[in-house]
Ligand binder design. Sequence first.
Ligand SMILES: Cc1ncc(C[n+]2csc(CCOP(=O)(O)OP(=O)(O)O)c2C)c(N)n1
Length: 207
Amino acid sequence: MTHNKTGAVGAHNAKVMNRFDLTKHVVDKLKRDEAVIGGIGNANFDLWACGQRPQNFYMLGSMGLTIPIALGVAIAQPKRHVIALEGDGSLLMQLGCLATVAMRAPKNLTMIVWDNGVYQITGSQPTASAATADLVAIARGSGLSNSAWAADEDDFDRLVAAALQDGGPSLIAARIDRKPAVATTDRDPVQIRARFMRGLGAKPSAA
Ligand SMILES: Cc1ncc(C[n+]2csc(CCOP(=O)(O)OP(=O)(O)O)c2C)c(N)n1
């Protein structure tokens, strides 16, 4: 595989990897109470399966909110690194967030996009990224110059390690297979929110 610094690795020649496996790679690298936001469905199911931690937020129900939530946390807590794990279909529903992230430019934000080319959890209808849209090109066009396709697992590890050095915002896109997620997150949004706020040391709101 040609290294992506050459610009040769794109959506069509990056290795097809596995979301749970790569999620484990990310979780294994966490050292500093990083916040991790898992997107609706499979992204947060596999994050849940990698071991629950109070600094994880598991998004239920809303497509495309992973990066906006992560951006908010990154701005509110600039000393904490924040990682967003989002599916391609969900990101395609909320592309404007990329331009907002680029404009605000938080150094402590890493966005990881799982591109399986389908809206898998609702029946694997194809997404535009399977046909005509290149998510890394869109991110770069939004102003996120630090965006790359992961060529393979080693390249993914290298990109994540570099991103965690607070040199962001960074976007890493990984082509993944269509294996189902390994577990299912407990559907308890109130509990998820309360635990996350405690995990971040945030004061509970009055509501
Ligand atoms: C606004 C909105 N439209 C549709 C849905 C139904 N829905 C839930 S998850 C999902 C697909 C998510 O696709 P993707 O982010 O690519 O993740 P994948 O399922 O492929 O892991 C859809 C269509 C929803 N929750 N919200």
